[in-house]
Design a protein around this ligand. Structure first.
Ligand code: SAM
Ligand code: 2KA
Ligand code: SF4
Ligand code: MG
Length: 193
């Protein structure tokens, strides 16, 4: 099986409910959306077999993978997830919610950008909803979103620079709406990948 891989690196999950946990990031190339605020260059990719990916990541003692991108659901399928599970990996995914998530993923973060009703049809339950928010954005309506264990608002950064008004806005939103919690991109704050 082949994957079009943008980059593989070992770091700490910087966002959301697994923040701080060591994780192997496998960033798959290409996306089906073009979010104006996107902080990632995901276009370039190299073709790797799943065996090559497994060989590349065995240098790390960590057993958690984060599939991200780009949009990882464009490439991941049940067979790929089953293979990495068989090799002993626990798998998280970061997805924009436009496509089905393969069976067997251990932790789903969904960060919907559009058509929330459709997201719920495709992925009825997620571990985490995480919304990138800039000042003035409405609070997402949980009644039309997938059921989630955790709800995060993530202030939009300008690449690696904080935008204080987005942070202040998210802080006031979560104080007024305590279902939600603040997620900060800690990897950017502490200067790691
Ligand atoms: C680069 S995306 C890749 C995964 C998937 N395409 C998605 O959007 O969920 C990973 C996460 O970064 C968030 N993100 C992208 N650009 C951001 C920015 N400038 N500030 C804060 N979060 C951002 C996305 O909303 C998503 O939660
Ligand atoms: N440290 C770190 N944590 C992350 N969590 C989600 C990321 C992503 O780009 O999907 C990301 C990332 O790029 N770096
Ligand atoms: S869906 Fe994700 S990767 Fe794609 S453009 Fe939007 S934030 Fe970037
Ligand atoms: Mg990132």
């Amino acid at each position: 099986m082949n994957l079009n891989v943008n980059e593989i690196f070992y770091s700490l999950q910087g966002e959301g409910g697994r923040s701080g946990q060591p994780s192997i990031f496998i960033r798959l190339a290409k996306c089906n959306l073009t979010c104006s605020f996107c902080d990632t260059d995901f276009e370039r990719g190299v073709k790797m077999t799943t065996d090559e990916v497994l060989r590349e990541i065995e240098q790390y003692s960590c057993k958690w993978i984060i599939w991200t991108g780009g949009e990882p659901t464009l490439q991941l399928n049940d067979a790929v997830v089953a293979l990495f599970k068989e090799k002993g990996y626990l798998q998280a995914i970061e997805t924009n919610g436009t496509r089905r998530v393969p069976e067997g993923i251990d932790y789903i973060t969904c960060s919907p950008k559009q058509q929330f009703e459709k997201v719920r049809e495709l992925i009825p339950e997620v571990d985490e909803l995480r919304f990138p928010i800039q000042k003035g954005d409405p609070l997402p309506d949980v009644t039309i979103l997938p059921k989630a264990k955790h709800h995060f608002l993530s202030p939009i950064f300008d690449n690696h620079n904080i935008i204080q008004e987005n942070i202040d806005y998210c802080v006031s939103l979560v104080k007024e709406n305590p279902l939600w919690a603040l997620s900060l991109q800690i990897h950017k704050l502490i200067g790691i990948r």
